[in-house]
Design a protein around this ligand. Structure first.
Ligand code: AHR
Length: 616
């Protein structure tokens, strides 16, 4: 099959939305706690088991037998909002050699802590005790046999009597990807422990994000980041929904909460402030999705919604208020005196059909617009098939479907009305059998769908793939863009497809046409654009095409209005994503099985010829 692709390269074209492609971060699959957030300790305040005491302290566990050490939770913390502390009774007597090499408590983190030789770790905890203490604070192998890093903490009776913050820096001399933190003592007596944190000193931009994972986000050049969910924002029940207010301020004072939709406790180390900071660090605009008084099972009636509105206005003040405001001051105290660029807010997630959605929506809409007219508001009601009955700047559009369907949805927005608000395709992906845990087939269909979004970006202002991350030890949703465990990470083919679009936002779309010798050859899903390099003397042409068939396609590219000798051949490349089997996936053992392959054009002297392999 041979196709001629004529691109009007000299055309003034039309502008693609500058915010078109971004990312959607949801606390699902341990994406944040045990993922992007570099905190190594899991359940750092012992709150995960609930406020009934004694409670389950998992994943903490004792070091020593019942005769040597007894652990129990108590409502005796020095922190008001997270009242539980751990009481450690050391029952053994060092003088009688009963304590071995020490007894106490260990935390394995999130399926093991990645401790690297030569790296430094900042360990912080709060404690007090019944007498003078000598503690060993260490990173060890999971069986305790190998010590990777260790420091001793010695406190006399008077400095140990009251709750106090202890800080240590531990430098590892060995590597173990599945290590644990241990806090042990040899002295009989009682120790109360709370709010234990262990962070690598080296984090992304020094802001607490796991560097390799954050770098994978940076490489996508996202123009926005939608956060913190998803269903996570709604909660299975309202009492378990994410609340910005509970997630800001000193980490020790954050109560944490049980995310009941995805079924795990979150210490909320990555909170509202950290999301805003992440957006800034990535050069992306934050898009905050807030809970509008509606969960999966319960709703706040519109007559009672006012306190929620006040809560959201306070949240906006936290992001945008100057330092003389109450919440702007807290943001400043947390290290960011300048306001964050919060200009996009979504009122709820997937709640359009719910009983109180529209009425609650209007109360939030009016209050936010009155106070912050420059904030663009996003409704959950899909305006692509009917006119909305309420005002909005953007409407959410979510699609999870099979590969053929998403591929054909490259034309989804071709005939949608241009009247009214623009679309925000805030979640899309191929799911189910076609996708597995991240197939090439799924990625190709997504590529075609994204090309359709580019071509319709006069209507589609923003789009983000979902979900972004999965910790391989807690797969709540398949597939995802980035897979990781405590120490490894790789991109699924869907992640690599996103890379083909990293220069699209703000680029210029160019007109093109296909001609085929054999008129039965279907045109490819394709786009042509001029991306702005930032250097005034040159731009890039980016031509993308998806071959969703089992036969190769021979492409002859004609660039009209652009002589080939004006192109810098040394910078001209062909990038192909394909594999021997369309169901191929990447994995920890083969992280580069399906990867874009980049090569240079052989020559730019005559017509440009490219062969698109089957399914590429
Ligand atoms: O992306 C996973 C989930 O899919 C999101 O939480 C929700 O918005 C959608 O149903």
């Amino acid at each position: 099959q041979t196709l001629t692709w004529k691109v009007d390269a000299g055309h003034s074209g039309s502008l693609i939305s500058p915010t078109l492609f971004g990312i959607f971060f949801e606390e699902i699959n341990h994406a944040g706690g045990g993922g992007l957030w570099a905190e190594l300790v899991n359940n750092r305040g012992f709150e995960a088991g609930g406020t009934n005491t004694p409670s389950n302290i998992a994943p903490w566990y004792p070091i020593g037998t019942k005769d040597q050490v007894w652990l129990e939770t108590e409502l005796s913390s020095c922190f008001e909002r997270n009242p539980i502390a751990l009481r450690i009774e050391v029952l053994c007597d060092e003088n009688l050699n009963e304590c071995g090499s020490g007894v106490g408590v260990a935390n394995p983190g999130y399926w093991g802590m990645d401790i690297q030789a030569g790296e430094e770790y900042h360990v912080v905890f709060w404690l007090h005790s019944s007498g003078p203490i000598t503690l060993l604070v260490a990173f060890t192998s999971s069986d305790g046999q190998t010590t990777l890093a260790q420091e001793r903490l010695i406190l006399d009776e008077s400095s140990a009597r009251d709750w106090g913050k202890q800080e240590l820096f531990l430098k590892a001399n060995e590597t173990d990807h599945y290590a644990r933190l241990s806090i042990t003592s040899l002295k009989k007596g009682t120790i109360w422990l709370d709010q234990v944190s262990a962070m690598p000193v080296d984090t992304y931009k020094g802001h607490g994000f796991r560097p390799e994972l954050a770098k994978m986000l940076e490489d996508m050049k996202p123009r926005f980041i939608r956060f913190p969910g998803g269903c996570y924002v709604e909660g299975g029940r309202l009492q378990n929904a994410w609340r910005w207010r509970e997630s800001v301020g000193p980490w020790e004072e954050r109560p944490g909460h049980f995310g009941d939709v995805w079924g795990y406790w979150s210490d909320d180390g990555i909170g509202y402030f950290e999301f805003l900071q992440l957006a800034e660090d990535l050069g992306a605009l934050p898009v905050w999705v807030f809970n509008n008084g509606i969960s999966h099972t319960d709703e706040v009636a519109t007559g009672l919604i006012r306190p929620f509105v006040k809560d959201i206005l306070d949240g906006i003040e936290f992001a945008r208020g100057d330092i003389t405001t109450q919440w702007g001051q807290l943001r400043s105290n947390m290290g960011h005196p300048d306001p964050f660029e919060l200009y996009y807010i979504a009122i709820g997630n997937e709640d359009c059909g719910k009983r109180y959605y529209r009425d609650n929506y209007m109360v939030f809409f009016d209050a936010i617009k009155e106070n912050y007219p420059d904030i663009k508001l996003i409704t959950n009601c899909d305006g692509s098939w009917r006119q909305l009955d309420h005002p909005s700047d953007l409407y959410d559009f979510h699609i999870y479907t099979n590969a053929n369907n998403l591929y054909s949805m490259a034309h989804q927005f071709d005939h949608v009305s241009r009247e009214g608000p623009r679309a925000f395709v805030s979640e899309y992906a191929v799911t189910g059998r076609d996708a597995g845990t991240g197939s090439l087939l799924a990625a190709l269909a997504e590529g075609a769908f994204m090309i359709g979004l580019e071509l319709n970006s006069d209507l589609v202002a923003m789009a983000s793939y979902a979900p972004l991350f999965v910790n391989n030890n807690d797969r709540r949703w398949n597939p995802d863009a980035i897979v990781f465990n405590s120490w490894q990470q790789y991109g699924t083919p869907s992640y690599w497809v996103q890379h083909f679009f990293k220069d699209s936002s703000g680029a210029t779309l160019l007109p093109f046409s296909f001609e085929s010798v054999n008129s039965t050859v279907p045109p490819l899903v394709a786009s042509a654009l001029r991306a702005h390099s930032g250097n005034p003397t040159f731009d890039y042409l980016v031509l993308k095409a998806v071959n969703f068939e089992g036969d190769p396609v021979q492409l002859k590219i004609l660039l009209e209005g652009l002589p080939l000798n004006s192109i810098d051949a040394s910078q001209s490349t062909i990038t192909i994503l394909s594999s021997s089997n369309v169901m191929d996936e990447n994995s920890f053992s083969q992280p580069r099985k399906v990867l874009p392959n980049v090569r240079h054009f052989d020559s730019l002297e005559s017509d440009l010829g490219v062969v698109l392999p089957p399914y590429s």
